[in-house]
Design a protein around this ligand. Structure first.
Ligand SMILES: *[C@@H]1O[C@H](CO)[C@@H](O)[C@H](O)[C@H]1NC(C)=O
Ligand SMILES: *[C@@H]1O[C@H](CO)[C@@H](O)[C@H](O)[C@H]1NC(C)=O
Ligand SMILES: *[C@@H]1O[C@H](CO)[C@@H](O)[C@H](O)[C@H]1NC(C)=O
Ligand SMILES: *[C@@H]1O[C@H](CO)[C@@H](O)[C@H](O)[C@H]1NC(C)=O
Length: 553
């Protein structure tokens, strides 16, 4: 947060990010005493006051600390004598202070987490930090794991073992990859050879498995200017304008998102905010499970994100889409400026690009308040986190569920029960709760909560009004909504953040969260506005589908 050489002035990366519409994972340095951390908070709140939503709309998340717990462990202390970490209760306390500092600000909905090595996350003594965090940022470098077999051939399995181990302790919270990469040059670490060829293999095996699936910040776009460090992880050499050192096209078709959303179709991009000067400079430790270099202020981080963002799958009907099974429910929608009135019927869309072999999962039940009984108390299942890398499509081409209850709650009318609606509303005062009923047949499958917002022109039977730009944060509820749910009573339903979309843009689809399907159970999610978003839309799975769905795979 803090500009180098100042006490608590916001870092100059922020106006640069605003100018380039580059999203930000903010970092507050936490291996400091209270006075030092208060300076971080001052810089954060000053930046919010100074730049307003132009800044807060770009925030993907806020990390309190980076590798503080690793540097607090025996291996970390040995490798970082001059840069000690802090105890987990200190980090948890600083997270609470950060959340408190955000209340009532334009960044009040920003998710707050912590970044550390996977070894620190799986250390049970650090569980308080997991409990305090909205998400976990994991740093992992098989290259540095020099006390185990770590040739490039094992890079993929070593990385995903670390990721899976972190997911297993994450208490259902999202695990982001906040640093990984393989060096293009530098010393050999046990069997790990630093080379351009191996960096490319690691990019393909690990990066391409993550891009478009899991929030990922790659280490690093450039670290070789003005001098090349050893090891060097940069994708480009000393000239930022030169071609990458290796082919970045993913052979599996996945794509990293460019770091500026001004490029075409970038749903949401992210850039790693720089670490404070106190952590700058590459680490040189070479111990098992050691992290890689901290992001230095001078380095640029190639960035990529998806979770809340960018599966960036285009919406629309695929070849082979068939429309069938009319339910007989009719409603009238005014579509955009043309004021054309459409008579529409809720239908099943069965879409199988390879030809249909199984039946679509839904649509025998129309979206109707009459068909979904009030759920029994505590009927909402807890969903364990999905296995790593498992994210279902952000489209309705495969099996999916639409919400059986769409219940708005309004802070301006806190005791009004709206009952279930056709429209979803996500505005500064109105949040919407969606109840989904997951069939027994989903047992053992992965479910993804997705949010689709097509271009107006792609809508045939629906409409939406986007009155103000902004984002969405989504919480999983402990209990489903009922017809009686009000803003006040909804406070009893619990709210556990599972994902967010920094900036909702027409023409995009977003995977909000993925989890093991709670087969046979009712699951409920609340969508809250962030950064001023004011969106009302008619939830409809006709082409192009719009709104909240759960896809399965
Ligand atoms: C586990 O975490 C605690 C608290 O951060 C730390 O004191 C301890 O050294 C860690 N243990 C290992 C083996 O890293
Ligand atoms: C990476 O590892 C996973 C899990 O072991 C495996 O399914 C996948 O095929 C591997 N990918 C590559 C490119 O080796
Ligand atoms: C980069 O890789 C892609 C996918 O494997 C391939 O189609 C393309 O030709 C490669 N580009 C170059 C310049 O080698
Ligand atoms: C639902 O939203 C659409 C799009 O904003 C709007 O035209 C329509 O009037 C809304 N319907 C109701 C019942 O509020």
């Amino acid at each position: 947060m803090i500009q180098g050489g100042t006490a608590n002035t916001p870092i100059a990366a922020i106006p640069a990010a605003i100018n380039t519409k580059t999203t930000l994972l903010l970092g507050l340095w936490a291996s400091v005493d209270q006075a030092g951390f208060t300076n971080e908070l001052t810089a954060l709140t000053s930046a919010i006051n100074q730049y307003g939503t132009a800044f807060t709309d770009l925030i993907v998340g806020i990390s309190v600390g980076s590798e503080d717990l690793y540097r607090n462990s025996p291996t970390g202390i040995a490798a970082n004598k001059a840069n000690e970490g802090v105890d987990p209760d200190v980090v948890a306390n600083y997270i609470a202070q950060t959340k408190a500092a955000l209340v009532g600000t334009a960044a009040s909905a920003a998710s707050v987490g912590h970044v550390d090595t996977w070894t620190a996350w799986v250390n049970g003594s650090n569980a308080a930090v997991i409990s305090a965090s909205d998400w976990l940022g994991m740093d992992a470098y098989p290259y540095f794991q020099n006390t185990i077999a770590n040739s490039i051939e094992l890079g993929n399995s070593t990385f995903f073992e670390a990721y899976d181990n972190t997911v297993a302790v994450a208490q259902g919270k999202s695990v982001w990859v906040t640093e990984t990469g393989w060096p293009v040059s530098g010393p050999q670490e046990n069997q790990a050879v630093a080379s351009v060829d191996n960096a490319e293999i690691y990019w393909q095996d690990v990066g391409c498995a993550l891009f478009g699936q899991i929030n990922t910040w790659w280490y690093v776009l450039q670290d070789a200017a003005p001098t090349t460090p050893s090891p060097s992880f940069g994708i480009v050499g000393s000239d930022i304008n030169s071609a990458p050192l290796y082919n970045l096209t993913c052979s599996n078709g996945n794509k990293p998102v460019p770091s500026s959303s001004t490029s075409s179709r970038a749903a949401k991009t992210a850039s790693s905010a720089s670490a404070p000067a106190s952590s700058a400079g590459p680490n040189t430790e070479s111990v098992q499970a050691s992290p890689g270099p901290e992001t230095s202020p001078a380095s640029a981080t190639l960035s990529q994100t998806t979770a809340a963002g960018s599966g960036a799958t285009s919406v629309g009907s695929a070849p082979g889409t068939t429309v069938s099974a009319m339910t007989g429910m009719t409603t009238t929608v005014v579509a955009g400026k043309t004021s054309t009135t459409y008579q529409t019927t809720l239908v099943t869309i069965t879409s199988c690009s390879e030809g249909c072999t199984s039946t679509a999962s839904m649509a025998t039940t129309p979206i109707s308040s009459g068909t979904a009984a009030s759920p029994p108390a505590s009927s909402v299942a807890t969903a364990p986190a999905a296995p790593s890398g498992s994210v279902c499509p952000a489209n309705l081409n495969g099996e999916y569920q639409y919400p059986h209850f769409i219940v708005p709650v309004n802070s301006a009318m806190p005791d009004k029960a709206y009952g279930t609606q056709y429209n979803g509303t996500i505005s500064p005062s109105i949040s919407t709760i969606f109840n989904f009923d997951l069939p027994q047949s989903y047992a053992g499958k992965i479910c993804s909560l997705v949010f689709l917002l097509p271009e107006q022109a792609a809508l045939e039977t629906s409409a939406y009004t986007l009155s103000a730009q902004g984002g969405i944060t989504v919480g999983k509820l402990d209990f489903a909504a009922t017809e009686q749910t009000t803003y006040n009573s909804a406070k009893q339903l619990g709210f556990h953040p599972v994902g967010s979309i920094a900036s909702v843009k027409p023409g995009n689809s977003y995977v909000v969260s993925s989890f093991a399907c709670a087969a046979g159970a009712r699951v409920a999610f609340e969508f809250e506005s962030t950064g001023g978003l004011d969106l009302e839309y008619f939830q409809d799975f006709n082409p192009s589908p719009i709104g909240a769905y759960i896809t399965t795979c």
